[in-house]
Structure formats: C-alpha cells, structure tokens
Design a protein. Structure first.
Length: 295
C-alpha cells in the first residue's frame, strides 16, 4: 500500500514538473517583455525628438521668412525741389523715371495697374475720395494696393486748394479725411500728397507735413490736353517728353523725371507703349518703395 502511494506521488510530481514552466523560463519571459517595452519606449522618444526637431525646423524657416519679408527697405531716391527723383547715394542708377496716375480709381485705374504689373513697373496711384465712396470702389482700391502699388492722397473732392485758401479747416478736411478713408480700406496712410492742379497753399503744406506725407508735383504730363487725348499722340509725347501742340517743342524728359498721367481711356490704351518706349531709351521705371519718405 505504502509502495503504491509512493509511486503515485512520484508520478504526480513528474507530471506537474513537465507541464509547468521553470523559474528560468518565467524570468526569461519577463526579461524579454521588459526589453521589448524599453525598445518601444526608446523608439517613441526618438520619434518624438524627430517630430520636435522637424517642428523647430519649420518654425525657424517661418521666422527667417518673416524677418526677410519684414526687412526694412533702404531708400535709394528722394524727391527734389523740382519734383524729380534723385539718387541719395553715388552709384545708384540716376536714369530713372517715376510713373504717377492721378484721379484714381475712377474707371481705368485697375486695368492700368494690371498692365503695369504685367510689365513689372511700379507707380503711385493718387486717389480722390469721391472715387472710393462705395464698397465696390473701395474693393478696387484695395485690389490695386494688394497688387503692390503705392497709394497717394489727391484730396477728397479734387478741389482747387487756392479756392479755399481762407478756410484752413476745409483744407484739413480735404486732406485728412481722405487719409482716414484710405487707411480704413488698405490699412495704411498715404506717404505722398499731390494737390489738384499742382496748387498748394501754406496750410496744405503744413497739413501734409503733419500727416508725414511728401509733397509731389510733376515734371511733365500731356494726357489732360485735348491734342493728346489720343493714344498714338500721347505715346509720342510721353516717350519723347515733347508737346509741340501745347507749346512745348523741347523735351522735358530727363533722368529722374516725374511723369504725370491720369485715369483716362486714352492713357490706359497708351500705357504699355509708354513704358516700353521709355525702357527702349534706357530708362528704368523707379519703384516708389525706394523713395525716401517721412518717418
């Protein structure tokens, strides 16, 4: 009986030993699991570091792009006493002309801006307040500005300032009210002021200075004379600087010339040929952003 019990007990122990994993196996399994978990954690850390480095790289690029885009442009030209643009420093190209377009944006200013953009030519668009009174007109001005063109002040109602010389507040209203309106539309105030008909008063000069605007008239322009309300005649007059039909038989074209044009049908038609004709004579169209302003 005792022998039978002993044999049975021995068989049970052997069976259990065969079916159960040993301590070494259990510890090995735990060790493998620990290594796997550690490796996974390390991979996640590396992945996280790579993502952070990539993110930092993108941020750095964006910061560099922002700094590049917001870098202050150094002025290369200034407006002289005779309204031409002249180099500030020696070595700057002096054979340039400045394009300006008055009475904008009435009917053709946007098309003129598109033509100039195609030609990679800058210009100042001098604006009247009564042409930006409606939301549609305001959108046109905003589009011209967003295309990269400089916006100038040409008074709210295109009044001859000499006619209100004894009313300083009315003059202030004509100038400042327009600056307010332009800023509301494009987010910045004009840096250049051109009085209607080129006639300034002592008050308008003072107000323009207070508003930190450069006074600007012009060297020559012909599109407001009846004989030059024609595309071909206007092209010839603007490219040569001569206007014999209005008693200007000599050329007014010179380095730094400030060219006056208007938002008119014939000027719109002539604009491309005017720019190309000036360039064929070796003139560069100056970028208004390169002209010194009042800080």
């Amino acid at each position: 009986m005792r022998l039978a019990v002993f044999v049975f007990s021995t068989l049970v122990i052997l069976f259990l030993s065969a079916c159960s994993p040993g301590l070494e196996q259990i510890e090995g399994s735990k060790s493998d699991d620990l290594v796997g978990l550690t490796n996974q954690k390390s991979e996640n850390q590396v992945s996280g570091m790579e993502e952070e480095e990539a993110s930092n790289g993108i941020t750095k690029v964006k910061e560099e792009e922002y700094e590049e885009n917001t870098e202050e442009i150094k002025p290369q030209y200034r407006v002289s006493e005779d309204w031409s643009v002249v180099p500030i420093e020696d070595g700057t190209n002096e054979k340039v002309v400045l394009l300006t377009i008055d009475d904008a944006p009435e009917k053709y200013a946007l098309q003129m801006a598109k033509t100039l953009q195609e030609l990679d030519a800058g210009a100042i668009f001098f604006v009247n307040g009564h042409f930006i009174d409606t939301p549609q007109e305001a959108e046109v001005l905003k589009e011209i500005h967003n295309m990269g063109f400089t916006i100038g002040n040409h008074t709210y109602s295109h009044v001859n300032l000499e006619s209100i010389v004894h009313d300083p507040e009315k003059q202030r209203e004509e100038i400042v009210l327009l600056n307010d309106k332009i800023e509301e539309i494009i987010g910045e105030r004009p840096k250049f002021f051109r009085a209607p008909h080129g006639i300034n008063t002592e008050d308008s000069k003072k107000i323009a200075k207070e508003e930190k605007m450069i006074l600007m008239n012009w060297s020559y322009g012909y599109d407001y004379f009846t004989p030059y309300m024609n595309k071909d005649k206007l092209v010839e007059a603007m490219v040569t600087g001569e206007g014999p039909e209005v008693d200007v038989p000599y050329s007014l074209l010179k380095p730094g010339a400030n060219l006056l044009m208007h938002d008119r049908e014939w000027t719109n038609e002539a604009l491309r040929d005017i720019v190309e004709g000036l360039r064929e004579q070796g003139y560069e169209i100056v970028d208004p952003d390169l002209i010194e302003t009042i800080e």
